[in-house]
Ligand binder design. Structure first.
Ligand code: UT7
Length: 335
């Protein structure tokens, strides 16, 4: 049987390390408030004025993953790029990355599913691999969100959270009789919550991609009804995890490591306590990275591999919730 495995991973964050203390210079906030309400102590942002885009962050992570897999870019059958902050609206960042990698003629596509972009990517890669449409896929999650952040008190709820970074994985087909690699997934969307977390550019509704109304309504900055998204996350994610375990015919004890999307430490702690998961079985790194949206899960996975906190035979649950609303999870067994 063909199984989908993650052969290697890599991560990259830009050089600019931004502490909470630095943010207090621009807005009415404190280090203590940010740590208490989100868990975040610092994050990485692209240095203003640097001539780079999201695909450049992805390129650095992808090069590491490709080198670890010992793959040449032109061996790839597909590039999948999950992001909500593409370099430009058209063309997709996948094609920009394809060119920067020199992955000659390799097809590339973008996934615009925000915080669950990487989870959608894993499911898509599994479908390509099981249907024998691809054997070697590069899946990246990358964001350059700092350029959309307004450093003011009015936008402090989003300014303190969102950050830049990239995580990449080389996904491969493996012929085996073992129940390993991608085990199962569940993905959901509910567009009735589309206004709870949104970014209004480019917009067609006014007949122009950018209009003065959009600027006046401040729709060119991300908007988040944080309380609503928070409540949805703590309600929907435990239900999702239960359904995922049932689908995989597993119990919670069968999961060796939970890798949640890093949106807010309190969301992940509420999930862990509700599900009665021991602390050592859940990985959080939002403290040092902030919320890098599509990149949080592959960055966390890469760190866990590097720290040898996951090993062959371990079963992982990746899960998350974000704009859309979209939420979902994947169960994966390490080889
Ligand atoms: O990855 C995408 C998915 N996103 C999420 O999952 C995010 C979920 N939501 C959250 O993380 C939290 O809702 C936030 C961190 C965004 C906000 O935390 P909160 O505990 O929900 O705060 P709040 O919005 O209820 O605001 C409480 C107070 C307000 O002041 P008043 O009205 O009580 O006087 C805010 O104006 O805290 C104020 N506030 C701040 N104060 C200092 C909001 N942001 C800040 C800030 N610093 N940065």
């Amino acid at each position: 049987m063909i199984r989908t495995i993650i052969k290697s991973s890599g991560r990259y964050v830009p050089d600019r390390h931004v502490t909470n203390h630095e943010l207090t210079k621009f807005m009415d906030t404190t280090h203590e408030w940010i740590v208490q309400r989100t868990g975040i102590e610092a994050r990485y942002w692209v240095t203003e004025g640097d001539d780079i885009g999201t695909s450049d962050l992805a390129l650095n992570a992808a090069n590491i993953a490709l080198e670890r897999a010992d793959w040449n870019p032109d061996e790839l059958d597909l590039i999948v790029f999950a992001t909500m902050t593409p370099d430009v609206n058209v063309p997709g960042s996948g094609t920009l990355l394809q060119n920067k990698l020199g992955a000659k003629n390799v097809p590339a596509l973008d996934i615009r599913q925000q915080c669950t972009g990487f989870l959608h990517g894993l499911e898509l890669c599994d479908a390509y691999i099981r249907s024998e449409k691809a054997k070697k896929i590069l899946l990246v999650g990358a964001e350059y969100q700092s350029r959309y952040i307004e450093l003011t008190t009015a936008n402090r709820d989003t300014a303190i959270i969102f950050a830049d970074g990239a995580g990449a994985t080389c996904i491969e087909a493996l012929e085996t009789t073992d129940n390993i690699g991608f085990i199962t997934s569940i993905l959901h969307a509910d567009g009735k919550y589309s206004k709870a977390l949104k970014f209004g550019l480019p917009a067609n509704k006014s007949g122009k991609p950018i209009s003065t109304t959009i600027i006046e309504n401040r729709e060119h900055f991300p908007y988040m009804d944080g309380k609503k998204v928070f409540k949805l996350a703590v309600t929907l994610l435990p239900k999702l995890a239960d359904a995922l375990l049932k689908k995989a015919k597993m119990s919670i004890e069968d999961i060796d490591m939970f890798i949640p999307h890093q949106a807010n430490l309190r969301i992940n702690e509420a999930f862990r306590e509700w599900m009665k998961i021991p602390e050592k079985k859940m990985y959080n790194n939002i403290q040092q990275y902030g919320n890098t949206t599509a990149a949080t899960i592959p960055i966390a996975f890469d760190e866990l591999i590097e720290k040898q906190m996951v090993k062959p035979g371990d079963t992982i649950m990746f899960f998350g919730l974000g704009a859309g609303l979209t939420w979902g999870g994947v169960i994966y067994k390490m080889i």
